[in-house]
Design a protein around this ligand. Structure first.
Ligand code: GDP
Length: 197
């Protein structure tokens, strides 16, 4: 059964663990390259227009955002990676922030990674998959913006990504999704329901 999200609340933004809201709820985090459609995905699955703020300004202070879903599940939006012209200082700060998050003693059960259907898996995505795998966290790949390509291209893109990720054992699901057409929302909500039991 897909999860029915009746309530979604923004809890807090944080840059370091001492600022995280304490919770023992099962936690799902959302990652992806900047512009991959990650925020739109979060908004679509929560059926909210502006819960996750779409990040248009590269280089601005980036924070981890915590949300409470149905009072019993935690969603976490981590800053997008791979902005063009990112300075070394900003990439280092991003790395520290994510490593601290993954190493924190939270009940992280699964990652959703947004991958733009027209771009496919890129080097930084693989780095993120490796990093998350090293913490033994399950990974779901969400191929976003499916409405931008034909049905045939969707199937091809999925097959290509499946082939590319066969050796990444933590990758458990690969789904095609569009926040515009809503294709694949049910698949995501089913995964959350399954993992949060
Ligand atoms: P983020 O930077 O990864 O959070 O990406 P956003 O959610 O802000 O989306 C980046 C851009 O892609 C925006 O212009 C969105 O309107 C667009 N976008 C996101 N999801 C979809 C989708 O499913 N279909 C289409 N056509 N555009 C999308």
């Amino acid at each position: 059964m897909p999860l029915n999200i009746k309530k979604s609340d923004f809890v807090k933004s944080a840059s370091k663990p001492s600022q995280y809201p304490p919770t023992s709820h099962p936690e799902f985090f959302f990652a992806g390259k900047s512009n991959s459609g990650k925020s739109s995905m979060l908004n679509a699955i929560c059926n909210r227009k502006k819960l996750a703020i779409t990040s248009k300004t590269p280089g601005r202070t980036q924070l981890i955002n915590f949300f409470l879903i149905n009072d019993c599940i935690s969603f976490v939006d981590i800053p997008g990676y791979g902005y063009a012209n990112t300075s070394k200082k900003i990439s280092a700060a991003w790395n520290d922030m994510i490593l601290n998050y993954l190493a924190s003693e939270r009940n992280i059960v699964s990652m959703f990674m947004a991958v733009d259907i027209r771009r496919g898996i890129e080097e930084l995505d693989k780095k993120m998959i490796n990093l998350t795998s090293s913490y033994n966290i399950n990974i779901n790949i969400i191929i976003t913006k499916s409405d931008k390509v034909s049905k045939v291209k969707r199937i091809e893109a999925k097959r290509e990504i499946e082939n590319e990720l066969t050796n990444f054992k933590n990758v458990k699901n690969i789904h095609i999704f569009s926040s515009k057409s809503k294709e694949g929302i049910k698949d995501i909500l089913e995964i959350i329901e399954k993992f949060s039991l």
